[in-house]
Design a binder for this molecule. Sequence first.
Ligand code: PMP
Length: 452
Amino acid sequence: MLDKDMADARSGGGTVPNDLEALWLPFTPNRQFKREPRMISRAKDMHFYTPEGRAILDATAGLWCSNAGHCREPIVRAIQEQAAELDFSPSFQFAHPKGFEVASRIAQLAPGDLDHVFFANSGSEAADTALKIALAYQRSRGEGTRVRLIGRERGYHGTGFGGISVGGMPNNRKFFGPLLAGADHLPHTHLPENRFTRGEPEHGAHLADRLEDLVALHDASTIAAVIVEPFAGSTGVLPPPKGYLKRLREICDKHGIVLIFDEVITGFGRMGTAFGAEYWGVQPDIMTFAKGVTSGTVPMGGVVVRKHIYEAFQTGADHAIDLFHGYTYTAHPLACAAALASLDVYRDEGLFERAGQMAKVLEDAIHTLKGHPLVADIRNCGLAAAVDIVPQPGSPGLRGFESMKRGYFDHDIMLRITADTIAVSPPFIVTEDQIGQSVEAIRAILTSLDGG
Ligand code: PMP
């Protein structure tokens, strides 16, 4: 961190507002937060800063998105310049040049013939877009009876009705009515025999065969698509068992089912490659992305589809709309400028490769927590890792929540929690020392929770 930046932050990048009541925060216990707010007012490179100027090490790349680190100068400049030049451009029937540029860059990065890009504004919209394209594709090729969608337990595909229907987190579903009809779930891949595995576990490829069971149950002629994250991120970094994704691909091919990879977390470098599809050598038919595409700076998401899928929509009359879907902010100019600048930074600084190198450092560091009395499991995949804490009897989730708070207040570190799981997924500019610091902070927090 530059001395000047540090000085700016200390001088107060903001103050705590007087009124905390009006804002309703997502996925947050609001009453508790308002008693004990955890405020962020500035960021630079690997750190967030509190209004008082305290530097918080960002061990989570924000919400898995700030892959290039924070407030990177070329990205900031590109957004500023774009705001002054073209602030908005209608996204239906008209377009602006940067939209095409970003799409081409993404298509070049995507493996095989995944070469047509449809933009949305978030991971949730990307997931819903992918599901809708899969359904419309099946219909356009004369397979209109294929209306069932299959997700996976412990899958996370955002919070739209499509995403929560195929998603597999009970709390994200159970408050919201019957959801989409005809959604099924494969079993999750977190097997007890794989505890403390480094990287991809040996056991569990057979879990992909449960797709055959669903085909037997419903008939392939009713199934449109399967959606999975290459590794499940938000539900605790669950790497795919060796061979699992290939098996899923084979079964989808056999039965004419569209395979969707939700690459909202794995996309843009976290595996050391542009996409998880490349890392695992398995090509989906549709791939979602968001987060890292703009390094978290401006909301953007989207899907990349294979050539035959795009072409199936290009058969009508010249004036006929080919897909009845889109958003006012599809390919928003600010997001496009941010994406182009982020992709430049990733390329110029070799950040995907760096993520691949740092993944090994993180793996070695995080597994030193094995043996701690409160540690029930440790997993890692690419530049991401998770530690399962033994839950406090009678209060599941409490130790995870406490860890996040102690991280912010006592150890100056941002940790991500889902119930009693702590996840780390730093920006790709993270140093070996900062990885070490993150793991030592987790160790200290766990020891303090254990009464140490
Ligand atoms: N899909 C996956 C795999 C995700 O991890 C997320 C967000 N964590 C989403 C979709 C939803 O993204 P957003 O919050 O931008 O809607």
